[in-house]
Design a protein around this ligand. Structure first.
Ligand code: ACO
Length: 230
């Protein structure tokens, strides 16, 4: 199984996977918007055992994570957001979703200096809630009433990414290229304790490179909640 960055050519395939696996579906342009605006953050899991018969043969995508940076964060804190993740039924419980999430989280910090990652999940979605809470350490911030088009509530969840930030800073201090020697799993496993407090040390006063991500792209009508109602 290969976990690699999403390519624009994968978009029809992940749209298909999304329709198969989830009731929240999106216009093609919404996927494109993610892939073009934050090409570092979305990943696919590809079945590498499937031989490519010709140059035109498409990859067998068995899972994806579609992620973005929040463009206008209400709290003013730079953070990422998981728009959608799913794994095909045939390939579930193999650790694919965990790997996709950890890769995206690492990229959010490395590329955009994200402080945390947020997401919404149906209150009835036991598998996903286990993945977020137990496996990855997300905390439930609040419940949003009737968030989904069918009236179901959503848990708004959040995971602090301070441990990954700390690892990247340490790697930079050792003069290693960004991301080298950083284990996505190890980094995000150390993220938060039960109280939601980060286990990381106080940030030393080091020079930080600020990356601007807020752009008025005029895509307000494409936001997740609206798209799910269409
Ligand atoms: N019930 C309980 N726990 C489960 C289940 C299940 N059905 N499936 C997986 N888990 C647990 C695993 O045991 C593992 O736990 P562990 O770390 O304690 O061992 C953990 O979740 C992670 O397992 P993975 O193998 O990485 O998860 P998987 O690749 O099977 O994908 C997913 C999980 C994405 C939730 C999958 O079931 C799926 O695609 N569901 C339908 C789509 C969906 O619900 N997506 C999330 C919507 S919310 C959003 O997109 C922001």
């Amino acid at each position: 199984m290969d976990i690699r960055l999403l390519r624009p050519s994968d978009i029809p395939l992940i749209q298909h996977a999304n329709i198969e696996n989830l009731p929240e579906n999106y216009f093609l342009k919404y996927y494109l918007y993610h892939a073009l605006s934050w090409p570092q953050l979305s990943y696919v899991a590809v079945d590498a055992s499937r031989p490519k018969k010709s140059a035109y043969d498409y990859p067998k995508i068995v899972g994806y994570v579609l992620a973005k940076m929040e463009e206008e964060p209400a709290d003013g804190v730079q953070h990422g957001h998981i728009t959608s993740i799913s794994v095909m039924r045939t390939h579930r419980k193999l650790g694919i979703a965990e790997k996709l999430m950890r890769q995206s989280q690492l990229a959010m910090v490395e590329t955009f200096g994200a402080h945390y990652v947020s997401l919404h999940v149906r209150v009835s979605n036991q598998a996903a809630i286990h993945l977020y809470r137990e496996t990855l350490g997300f905390q439930t911030e609040k419940t949003e009433q009737k968030y989904y088009a069918d009236g179901e509530d959503a848990f708004c969840m959040k995971l602090e990414l301070s441990a990954i930030r700390e690892q990247i800073r340490e790697a930079a201090a050792r003069d290693e290229p960004a991301g080298e020697g950083i284990d996505a799993k190890k980094a995000s496993e150390e993220v938060s304790d039960v109280d939601g407090k980060s286990g990381a040390k106080e940030e030393p006063a080091k020079k930080e490179v600020k990356v601007k991500v807020g752009r008025g792209l005029g895509v307000g009508e494409l936001v997740e909640r609206v798209a799910s109602k269409n």
